[in-house]
Design a protein around this ligand. Structure first.
Ligand SMILES: Nc1ncnc2c1ncn2[C@@H]1O[C@H](COP(=O)(O)OP(=O)(O)OP(=O)(O)O)[C@@H](O)[C@H]1O
Length: 949
């Protein structure tokens, strides 16, 4: 029964439908008084509906406090009878934004308006909810369509939006799991800094950050986002740098002039509301990586008042730091690698793109015709590398869109059989632009043979003009272009319709002329690379962005420094931290100069010039790779010389792969002198595995590879297939890999049988994959370390694994934390433990084991003199050093089982037997102090135990 009434009030009725409206009001009088903000709109409606007269309104208005005014309204409504009461409730229901706080209550009492009351007119005179309505309407319109290269072909967001993998990370960038719905972006899951306002969303180029914001905005505009936010303001960060250096605006102007203007708000109620209730506001700021640092922000004072004027960029920083409108939610996006200090971040979400399941769903949305769908899936199935590329939504969209177009106009179109590179993706995209542009001249209904070089040759003039503009933008770090920029590059009005560029709203509200931007920044990077190749004058200029990236790396800076710590050291430094757009330009340059594209480029650039540029690039790559590898930090470990590469190494690999040069790849393979290479937390995605494999294929010596905490997934593992047989250490923890990957590993690792360490912790492996892991354990006689925690093994998988471990004479350390092997699994592990010759450490934490299972394990341990560490997970201890400091939830997961006091005597016996066991962890079970007494007493007889938890 709903019971909202205060003390002494009658109990509330169960359902609205059974109760008279006046009774509802009476029963919930205090709730209505406390939750209704402002009476004016109610008075306006009751008056215009004929339920109140002018005197009634005056009586209410003469009442001093807001609460008393509401009490008076209720009193009068109740006096006027059932119809007035019903209308009163209907107004609350109809104007949901004005009475947002009452909506959950209306839902709870299952309020539904009668057919007669809906006939009566309701007007919204509440400025707050009118503004909210306006924002919802405008956002709804702005977000309905997904960008496309042809305005008339725009697709509705709802028809194409597909979920992507949204990983929540803690302050140390460790994975906390994945979000299941968009509402969770705003909720408290994963919040590590509750004082901060910023929800920080990162992801590589084209991972869908902007689209995610668009979807959030669209859901809010339809009232479908779970939030009580009444206002939603959206900004793109590039706007903040489009202002003149001397520009100054107030927060009010920023919100109202550059986002949405409140109509008829003479008393400034909307802005006052914003200032008073910031927690009811959501901001989105897209593309923080695009903020460039040519404004000398260090000398501008902080904005502490909402009335102060300041440079818009400073307003942005003050908003993000919580110095302005603290408590509002700010969703900020940026490319991976853009530094934002944790102290201003509330929670972090990393976009990981499409999983294989998402990719299938996206293909189904794209291709309505079954024959097309089939054709595309044949292409995808044939190339895990293409699938890897397509896990980035932008690349997938380009591939699918291009496929659709080229398949429609050419009778011999297929996606290339050879390995498809990212340069191929953008060449395909450009071919679509050029072929659509040339199409009107041909008969659009007649399919023709595809001739790529002819299409490029015909379109060379406009392509060159766009490329010139893109390059100029890259040189100035500029992504918005005005009419003057466009004309200076000889782009005609007709060229602008090709689709490379799209018009954008101008931001500075000064009535300036039209502004354009490239359809996507990556496209601008691609065209800039094209310009470097087309340019006939200076061969050396092709390397300019390599040099620029190096310079930026050496002078990295912290754009937040100005608002959180005014360090004089950082004064004058470049605040534009990310240089991914330049890295992409370099990557495309390598691709366009690759041998594979020679036949096309020879049609566009004099072959001699092309040759010189290719030779220069190759020489540059060879030299810089050599010096990069020499400069990497190495250290010696049990496995020999180790090297921990830096994320920039991944960019090098990508470039090498894009050039397709076996010579450079060979040189790189030779340059890796260490026997162990650590690529953990390097943001390696599945497509990068092809590049890594391209280099490793030239390596003769054995190698250990640690690729923990990346985004490799099954496509990446398939790409690495040829390299596994050379690997002594294979670490693929936290990488979204499933059973099919373990099958690949079994097939490859069992060929040479040299693997010593297999790390598969925190993946998606099920019992079906357990049999492949078991095969590796049984067939690889050097395997010592096996990390299988946090997968999906039940007793079935556990049994299979334990049986294999029993047979192994080498396995030393097994981590099974966080599976569900239960007592049945524990029994088989107990069997494996008995007299095991090598197993030194075993973790069965958080596996649903009860006292029954633990008893059998304790008994088995009596017959084991080798095992030293039991039930804790060395993985975690390793991370935190010997003085293990484990946070609450992690600690719980660590050892959580279902042991009760009845197992204590058996454990006591084990302790007393003094088998050599040194660490025994029993935290987060159901053992009581009383039950643990025998254990405590047994300790007196034990000399080996160092840690008992
Ligand atoms: N969830 C999704 N569902 C369907 N398509 C998507 C999705 N995410 C992205 N896309 C496609 O990829 C394109 C590029 O995405 P978006 O611009 O959001 O990437 P981004 O991460 O913001 O890239 P950048 O960092 O380069 O700005 C979109 O226009 C859309 O076509």
């Amino acid at each position: 029964m709903a019971a909202h009434g205060g003390a002494g009030e009658p109990l509330a009725p169960p359902l609205f439908g059974h109760v008279a409206p006046s009774l509802i009001i009476n029963w919930h009088r205090e709730l209505l008084v406390s939750q209704t903000k402002g009476v004016q709109c109610l008075l306006d409606n009751l008056l215009q509906g004929g339920f109140f007269c002018v005197e009634d309104v005056e009586i209410v208005q003469r009442t001093p406090t807001k609460s008393d005014q509401m009490r008076k309204v209720l009193e009068l409504v109740l006096c006027k009878g059932e119809e007035a009461s019903e209308y009163f409730l209907y107004v609350l229901y109809y104007l949901r934004d004005a009475y947002m706080d009452l909506q959950p209550w209306l839902e709870e009492i299952q309020y539904l308006p009668s057919t007669s009351v809906v006939e009566i007119n309701v007007v919204n005179t509440d400025p707050i909810s009118k503004y909210c309505e306006k924002l919802r309407h405008e956002l709804g319109q702005d977000t309905r369509f997904i960008m496309s290269y042809a305005q008339r072909e725009e697709t509705q967001l709802d028809q194409l939006y597909t979920h992507t993998q949204m990983e929540v990370q803690n302050d140390l960038n460790e994975s906390l799991g994945f979000l299941e719905s968009l509402d969770q972006v705003l909720d408290d899951f994963g919040v590590f800094n509750p004082q901060a306002d910023v929800i920080y969303i990162t992801g590589d180029a084209g991972m869908g950050k902007s689209l995610l914001l668009q979807k959030l905005q669209n859901l809010w505009s339809k009232g479908e986002l779970q939030t009580n936010a009444i206002f939603f303001f959206t900004f793109r960060c590039r706007m903040f740098t489009a202002f003149r250096e001397t520009a100054e605006i107030s927060l009010r102007d920023l919100l109202f002039k550059h986002s949405c203007y409140p109509d008829d708000d003479l008393d400034d109620e909307v802005f006052n509301y914003i200032v008073r209730f910031p927690e009811r506001i959501i901001f989105t700021f897209d593309g923080y990586d695009e903020i460039k640092g040519d404004v000398d922000l260090m000398n501008v004072t902080e904005v502490v008042s909402t009335e102060d004027k300041a440079h818009p960029l400073l307003l942005l920083i003050n908003l993000l730091c919580g110095k302005l409108l603290r408590g509002s939610r700010k969703v900020l996006t940026a490319r991976t690698g853009t530094e934002v200090q944790n102290r201003v971040v509330r929670k972090k979400v990393l976009l990981r793109g499409f999983s294989p399941v998402h990719l299938q769903a996206y293909a189904a949305l794209h291709f309505k015709k079954p024959e097309h769908r089939h054709l595309v899936s044949v292409h995808l199935d044939a190339s895990p590398h293409l699938c890897g590329l397509c896990s980035t939504p932008l690349f997938c969209w380009i591939v699918f869109k291009s496929f659709k177009h080229l398949h429609a106009v050419h009778n011999n179109f297929t996606l290339s059989e050879k390995c498809f590179t990212i340069t191929d993706v953008f060449l395909l995209f450009s071919e679509v632009f050029l072929s659509r542009w040339a199409l009107p001249a041909k008969n659009p209904l007649k399919k023709s043979a595809r001739c790529t070089s002819e299409t490029f040759k015909t379109g060379l003039r406009p392509l060159g003009a766009h490329a010139k503009l893109a390059l100029r933008g890259m040189e100035r770090e500029c992504f918005l272009f005005n009419q003057e920029d466009v004309s200076a590059c000889d782009l005609t009005e007709e060229d602008l319709l090709m689709g490379f560029l799209r018009p954008v709203q101008h931001y500075d509200a000064c009535g300036s002329e039209a502004t354009f931007e490239f359809l996507h920044v990556t496209l601008q990077s691609f065209l800039a690379a094209f310009a470097l190749i087309l340019n006939c004058v200076d061969v050396r200029s092709i390397l300019k962005f390599f040099a620029e990236c190096k310079r930026k790396r050496e002078s990295s800076s912290f754009p937040w420094a100005m608002c959180v710590a005014k360090s004089s050291k950082q004064r004058g430094q470049d605040a534009f931290k990310s240089n991914e757009h330049l890295q992409y330009t370099n990557l495309f340059l390598c691709g366009l100069l690759a041998k594979d594209h020679e036949s096309l480029m020879d049609h566009l650039v004099p072959p001699d010039l092309l040759k010189k540029k290719r030779a220069l690039l190759k020489a540059y790559l060879s030299t810089s790779i050599r010096s990069h590898l020499r400069g990497l930090p190495t250290y010696n470990s049990n496995e020999g010389k180790r090297v921990h590469v830096l994320p920039n190494f991944i960019w090098m690999l990508r470039c090498i792969f894009e050039t397709g040069s076996n010579d450079v790849a060979r040189l790189t393979a030779k340059g890796i002198t260490a026997n162990f290479i650590k690529l953990g937390y390097c943001n390696v995605y599945s497509g990068d595995c092809t590049a890594l494999n391209f280099v490793l294929q030239h390596r003769q010596k054995l190698l250990g590879v640690d690729m923990d905490n990346n985004n490799i997934n099954d496509y990446g593992v398939e790409q690495l297939r040829p390299s596994f047989s050379k690997m002594t250490v294979v670490r693929l923890c936290v990488n979204q890999i499933s059973d099919s990957s373990v099958k690949v590993l079994a097939e490859e690792l069992c060929k040479q049988k040299i693997v010593k360490v297999l790390g598969l912790y925190s993946n998606l492996i099920t019992d079906a994959g357990a049999k492949f892991v078991a095969q590796i354990v049984e067939e690889c006689p050097r395997l010592q370390i096996l990390k299988l925690g946090k997968n999906k093994f039940t007793s079935v998988g556990g049994t299979c694994l334990a049986n294999a471990i029993k047979k192994s004479k080498s396995v030393f350390d097994v981590g099974m934390w966080g599976n569900t092997v239960g007592d049945e699994g524990a029994k088989v592990f107990a069997d494996a433990l008995r007299n095991h010759p090598s197993l030194n450490s075993l973790s069965l934490s958080a596996n649903g084991i009860t006292s029954a299972g633990a008893k059998i394990l304790a008994e088995a341990l009596l017959e084991n003199t080798v095992l030293r560490i039991f039930w804790y997970d060395p993985e975690i201890k390793f991370k935190h050093g010997q003085n293990t400091v484990v946070t609450g939830p992690r600690n719980k997961q660590l050892v959580e089982n279902k042991l009760t006091d009845d197992v204590a005597p058996h454990l006591a016996k084990l302790v007393e037997a003094n088998t050599g066991l040194s660490d025994l962890w029993l935290v987060s079970n159901q053992l009581t102090a009383m039950g643990l007494r025998p254990l405590y007493e047994a300790l007196a007889h034990n000399t080996a135990l160092k840690d008992i938890w």
